[in-house]
Design a protein around this ligand. Structure first.
Ligand SMILES: NC(=[NH2+])NCCC[C@H](N)C(=O)O
Ligand SMILES: [Mn+2]
Ligand SMILES: [Mn+2]
Length: 345
């Protein structure tokens, strides 16, 4: 039995005809818990810490409620300044990143334990460390769908930039445990994801060392080349075949806004041309929602100080909101409540 999907026998009153028998309707009463993580030290560009409040200001909570979700906003985390934070290995600001992610992990674990689907608003993508760790801490094995132009799987020794937002996956995957040096403020973190439970979608800027790691671990990837070749519907079908091949596990969707094409989402720190269209980006969320197994979502790397114009920022933030709405029941064909009746004149 699929969870998250209700089968409804739709009978058109008056006509006597049966229309769309056993048509599948999306369950819209998702319970969503939102946590903001205004954190930017996993990379070097100012502004990405403004993401959570901007995404809220674009009406996320009201729109989720408007489509039938129950929403609890847990507010934003606050992060203390870390005084001396020297590079370890090549990783920059490890103490600040380690501390912030420890806080985030605890917050996500609480939201999950209170029974909600968790939405983490970033902030930079280093926050996936705490978000996925806190989600996994609830006890179940997870699948991770990582939608991004980048693989973010450099280790602290392979990273070309030192930015930890390019490394989160390497800290989380069991198989890379021996490749991660001891880092200050990271002793709380244990790997919690198996390489075979990860799927990437949207890749188009992968460092050579990352490419080696992906091949070495046999991780399932759909680069933009595969998106072009297969089309997004097949990509999503194969994504689900892969993550559901053994048992059906809860899904952690980690969505970097730079997966979308920069013409649509320019307000981000590391834009890469040739990205997902709006429709492909939304289709991913609709499909994941349909599985009924979406358990947590990260929406990261929205940076209003990039992207040039006000329009560019607005289009980026609106796209982030629409992607989140797609995760929790919005469908483009439209929808209606179960008890709706056409008004009599
Ligand atoms: N979350 C991101 N936007 N990551 C970009 C990473 C870029 C590059 N691969 C690095 O490791 O630094
Ligand atoms: Mn990225
Ligand atoms: Mn990323």
């Amino acid at each position: 039995m699929r969870t998250g999907v209700t089968r409804v026998l739709l009978v058109m009153k008056g006509s006597g005809a049966l229309h769309g028998a056993f048509k599948i309707f999306r369950r819209n009463h998702h319970s969503v818990g939102i946590i903001g993580a205004p954190f930017s030290k996993g990379q070097s560009r100012d502004g990405v810490q403004l993401g959570p409040d901007l995404i809220r200001a674009a009406g996320l909570v009201e729109k989720l409620k408007g489509q039938g979700c129950t929403v609890k906003d847990y507010g934003n985390l606050t992060f203390e300044e870390v005084a001396k934070d020297e590079t370890t290995g090549r990783a920059k600001r490890p103490r600040a990143v380690g501390q912030a992610n420890k806080q985030l992990s605890e917050a996500v674990r609480k939201i999950k334990n209170e029974g909600h689907a968790c939405v983490m608003l970033g902030g930079d993508h280093s926050l996936a460390i705490g978000s996925i760790h806190g989600h996994a801490a609830c006890g179940t094995q997870l699948s991770v769908v990582w939608v991004d132009a980048h693989a973010d799987i450099n280790t602290p020794l392979t990273t070309p930039t030192g930015n930890i937002h390019g490394q989160p996956m390497s800290y989380l995957i069991h198989e890379l445990r021996s490749k991660i040096p001891v880092m200050p403020n990271f002793s709380w973190l244990k790997p919690c994801i198996a390489a075979e439970d990860v799927v990437y979608i949207g890749l188009r800027d992968v460092d050579p060392e990352e490419h080696y790691i992906l091949k070495y671990l046999g991780i399932k990837t759909f680069s933009m080349t595969e998106v072009d070749y297969l089309g997004i519907a097949k990509v999503m079908e194969q994504t689900c075949d892969h993550i559901f091949s053994k048992v059906k596990k809860p899904i952690h969707l980690s969505y970097d806004i730079d997966a979308l094409d920069p013409s649509l989402a320019p307000a981000t720190g590391t834009p890469v041309v040739g990205g997902l269209t709006y429709r492909e980006g939304i289709y991913i969320t609709e499909h994941i929602c349909q599985t009924g197994l979406l358990s947590a979502v990260d929406m990261v790397e929205v940076n209003p100080k990039r992207g040039g114009t006000d329009n560019g920022v607005r289009s980026t933030v609106d796209a982030a909101v629409d992607l989140l709405l797609g995760c929790f029941g919005r469908v483009r064909e439209g929808s209606h409540s179960a008890d709706y009746k056409i008004p009599d004149p």
